[in-house]
Design a protein around this ligand. Structure first.
Ligand SMILES: [Zn+2]
Length: 83
């Protein structure tokens, strides 16, 4: 069982959450080419190690937040509030 630390609700079972994706900064719309948009939307780093991710607590407080997860061991650590 994997526990996810929600900033509002505390540690809860992962089944209450939805993985949104890797946290990355959104390109500036009027300065971005179609190719850059494609890379932002569809290409992901997916590294082995600690990654910053966005999660959604759909069965709880219904808030988005960031955490860091080790993609090899699924260890998680809290990094702050909403993303
Ligand atoms: Zn929550």
């Amino acid at each position: 069982m994997m526990l996810v630390p929600c900033p509002s609700c505390g540690h809860r079972n992962v089944s209450e959450f939805r993985y949104v994706g890797e946290s990355k900064s959104r390109p500036v719309p009027d300065q971005t080419t179609p190719e850059q948009w494609r890379r932002y939307l569809y290409f992901h780093q997916n590294p082995l190690g600690w990654t910053r991710e966005t999660w959604y607590h759909g069965s709880g407080c219904r808030r988005y937040f960031s955490l860091e997860r080790h993609t090899g061991s699924n260890q998680v650590r809290r990094v702050g509030g909403r993303s």
